[in-house]
Design a protein around this ligand. Structure first.
Ligand code: F6P
Length: 422
């Protein structure tokens, strides 16, 4: 049987489990070594393909490859790089196909969120148009959990577990100190347009009054007066208040409460810093002592408390992607389907990239409590299974024993190329 090589790229914000997906692709390719020759990983995703910087996975040690399952971040480097439309930027597509042709690559796997699925979809269209036989499969990944047509996205379960545990532990701290010290703790989590991550912290709420008291999501317009009134009420009732806030909350005028002023290659505004703004508001209006934290990269790299369900799903989508490609399914993505009946179980099914690309899945309204400051039972039921199970990495000298790829590059065959954008 004729063998062809495969390209695998990581794209967008990384997660605690994206490398488990890489492991799924690599293991499956190896199982089918009669059909897939080498797996080449792009250095920094698609940018590596444009620059002909391809990591030869075959040169990585078996320890490194095994360690992908428990190592956070993007082992081969990720990117925020937008491929323009074919008509606007033909040269980049021509370049990609030249690189793939030069290295006998006929399978393309791209592991990312909505923008990355768009890249894969466009590349598939372009390869068809240019008559190059390339099978393109998108692989889901985003802590934001906003990919459509999949029950959840790999990466989300672990971030959900991290924020729920952090909110729980911080609430223990504030409870101990509130009588003479801090009354309000505000924890900021990611979520540019959707509140999935913040909402998942509801899992830490319990009948003893621990966990977050208020959860602020971008789906609900932020109203200063009602926020302050609720904080004041909670402090009056129980002595302290724990708030979890999504970075992307907006005021009635549609402006983010926190904007850093810079944008990325996709035109997304960089966010971060809403927690200190809320703290200022509370200090000025209620005079409570506050503490705050911005979880930022800590939340998406926290492999030490990853969810086992998330690790399993991340690996499985990598496996499925390679299998779909071998079945000749082009321009698809494995989506997670939740079985309707308990106990929690899931399967994978291929969905079309044209239906996934550039679409964001908002949280259903029925997950948000009527007052806009909490999560309903339906929401809890959705989130709860995703954080189940511990997937501890091995430890050495008290620290997780994470691996680092040697990234041995395949010899270049083409003249160098200057990327057209970014
Ligand atoms: O893609 C997920 C995400 O983590 C967002 O929630 C966040 O706004 C963004 O990435 C931050 O990305 P960057 O590292 O590119 O600034």
């Amino acid at each position: 049987m004729t063998k062809y090589n495969a390209f695998y790229g990581q794209s967008g914000g990384v997660t605690a489990v994206i490398n488990a997906t890489a492991a799924g692709v690599i293991d499956t390719a190896r199982t089918h070594c009669d059909r897939i020759g080498s797996v080449y990983a792009g250095v920094n995703g698609i940018v590596g393909a444009l620059n002909e910087e391809l990591v030869d996975i075959g040169q990585e040690s078996s320890d490194n490859l095994a360690g992908l399952l428990h190592t956070p971040s993007g082992a081969f480097g990720s990117c925020r790089f937008k491929l323009q439309d074919l008509t606007a930027q033909r040269a980049e597509y021509v370049r990609l196909l030249e690189v793939f042709k030069a290295h006998d690559i006929r399978y393309f796997f791209y592991n990312g969120g909505g923008d990355s699925q768009d890249t894969t979809h466009k590349l598939s269209q372009c390869a068809k148009e240019m008559g190059y036989p390339l099978t393109c499969v998108g692989i889901p990944k985003t802590i934001d959990n906003d990919l459509p047509l999949t029950d959840n996205s790999p990466g989300f379960g672990s971030v959900a577990k991290y924020v729920a545990i952090s909110a729980l532990e911080a609430s223990y701290d504030v409870e101990s100190m509130h009588s003479s010290s801090t009354k309000v703790f505000i924890m900021e989590v990611m979520g540019r347009h959707t509140g999935w991550i913040a909402a998942a912290s509801c899992l830490a709420q319990d009948e003893r009054g621990l966990g977050p008291d208020l959860i602020l999501v971008p789906e609900v317009v932020f109203d200063k007066a009602s926020f302050l009134a609720r904080v004041d009420q909670v402090v009056a009732e129980k002595g302290f208040c724990v708030v979890v806030v999504a970075e992307g909350i907006k005021a009635a005028d549609g402006k983010f409460i926190s904007e850093s002023g810079s944008t990325d290659a996709f035109g997304h505004t960089q966010l971060g810093g809403v927690a200190p703004r809320l703290v200022d508001l509370i200090k000025q209006n209620l005079s409570y002592k506050c503490h705050w934290a911005v979880c930022d990269y800590l939340q998406r790299s926290a492999r030490h408390i990853a969810s086992q369900v998330d690790v399993d799903q991340a690996y499985a989508v990598g496996r499925a992607a390679a299998e779909y490609a071998l079945q000749g399914r082009d321009s698809v993505m494995p989506a997670i389907v939740r079985d309707e009946h308990p106990p929690y179980s899931w399967t994978l099914t291929p969905v079309l990239l044209s239906d996934v690309a550039n679409r964001e899945k908002a949280m259903p309204e029925e997950y948000i409590s009527e007052d806009g400051f909490g999560v309903t039972e339906a929401g809890r039921a959705y989130f709860a299974p995703l954080i189940q199970g511990e997937a501890h990495p091995p430890y050495e000298n008290g620290l997780p024993a994470y691996v680092r790829m040697s990234k041995s590059l395949v010899r270049k065959k083409l003249a160098s190329h200057t990327p057209q954008n970014n």
